[in-house]
Write a protein that binds this ligand. Structure first.
Ligand SMILES: Cc1cc2nc3c(=O)[nH]c(=O)nc-3n(C[C@H](O)[C@H](O)[C@H](O)COP(=O)(O)OP(=O)(O)OC[C@H]3O[C@@H](n4cnc5c(N)ncnc54)[C@H](O)[C@@H]3O)c2cc1C
Length: 295
């Protein structure tokens, strides 16, 4: 097996162009497990750990550019204000050791439907982009187009993920995950939710309840309609239980889970409706408080 250790980003892209089947390794928390279990025997490993730029982040205007290899522990420590939903999701990943190594770039590379960053990225809105690069150039892939199948994404064979572009939160965000125990657990299902007061939109993300992470489009449209029609963005008034209930039902309907060792499809649907109701209630309570204290 070849072991490629580029020192710069350009060298990494050149290596990926020359060895398109080389498996990138960042934190290694997915790659090493799969190699140890013989799931993968790649012809070459492309180690990205010498490229310091991948582990940096910056804010330009109202967008965070999150380097692909920034570990979850730093997202929690350094980015919980601009990216509250992603930071909450990062809190639930693995253990401290996994959070010190694992990254959003690796989560996207693996593209597991159970990856915890995906619901938070989807909920952060339609202006989330994966920055993918190759020797041919750089493109920004909208997050809605990124997930193409179970553990499959829209990267070309010669492309690497350099960063993720995520709008700075302009309203409350939440993430909720159900597992078979409290920590070190793959999600039975998960749900991310965000209010975007500036654009008068809401964002949702469903995890581990469909072949790919996905948003609950009808639930988003329903809630946006109610918030606009009733002037609730301006007043911050109570949503009413029928709205919360209906939102939960529409999130449930958007899922297409399977029965597996972690849970049944029915349980996942039920749990998603509960998580949707709770995250909506929590975020709306926070938003109402902000509106009232500003008045
Ligand atoms: C004990 C344990 C617990 C875990 N718990 C959770 C959990 O709770 N929630 C969760 O979501 N995940 C969990 N995971 C899975 C894993 O930690 C995450 O998916 C993590 O985000 C992977 O990041 P990484 O940097 O380690 O990726 P790596 O293992 O280095 O790579 C993962 C995949 O992404 C590709 N890749 C990496 N970097 C790039 C890049 N720059 N460009 C293109 N492709 C790239 C790799 O080739 C590989 O296919 C757990 C893993 C372990 C071992």
């Amino acid at each position: 097996m070849e072991f490629l250790r580029p020192a710069t980003w350009d060298e990494a892209l050149a290596a990926k162009a020359e060895y398109p089947t080389a498996l990138p390794i960042s934190g290694g928390t997915d790659v090493m497990v799969e190699m140890n279990f013989d799931v993968h025997r790649p012809s070459a490993i492309l180690d990205l750990n010498r490229i310091g730029d991948l582990a940096t982040w910056s804010i330009d205007g109202d967008v965070v550019r999150l380097g692909a290899a920034v570990p979850y522990s730093r997202i929690i420590d350094e980015l919980s204000e601009p990216l509250p939903g992603l930071a909450l999701a990062a809190h639930t990943v693995g253990s401290p050791q996994i959070r010190n190594r694992g990254s959003v770039g690796g989560n996207l590379g693996a593209a597991s439907p159970a990856g915890d960053s995906h619901p938070a990225l989807l909920a952060a809105g339609r202006d989330v982009f994966v920055e993918a690069a190759s020797v041919r150039g750089t493109r920004l892939i909208p997050i809605d187009d990124f997930y193409t199948g179970v553990k499959r994404n829209s990267l070309e064979a010669d492309e690497l993920i350099r960063a993720v572009h995520i709008p700075v939160a302009d309203g409350p965000q939440q993430f909720s995950k159900i597992g078979t125990r409290n920590a070190m657990v793959i999600a039975v299902c998960a749900f991310g939710f965000a209010l975007h007061p500036k654009s008068r939109t809401v964002g949702t993300g469903i995890g581990s309840a469909a072949p790919t992470p996905r948003r609950a489009v009808e639930a988003e449209e329903y809630l946006q309609g109610v918030l606009a029609e009733r002037g609730l963005w301006e007043s911050g008034d109570l949503l009413g239980s029928e709205v919360v209930q209906r939102f939960g039902e529409l999130v449930r309907a958007a899922a297409s889970p399977i029965d597996d060792v972690r849970g049944t499809a029915d349980y996942r649907k039920h749990a998603l409706a509960v998580m949707a109701r709770r995250t909506l209630t929590w975020t709306w309570n926070d938003y109402s408080k902000q509106i009232r204290s500003a008045a």
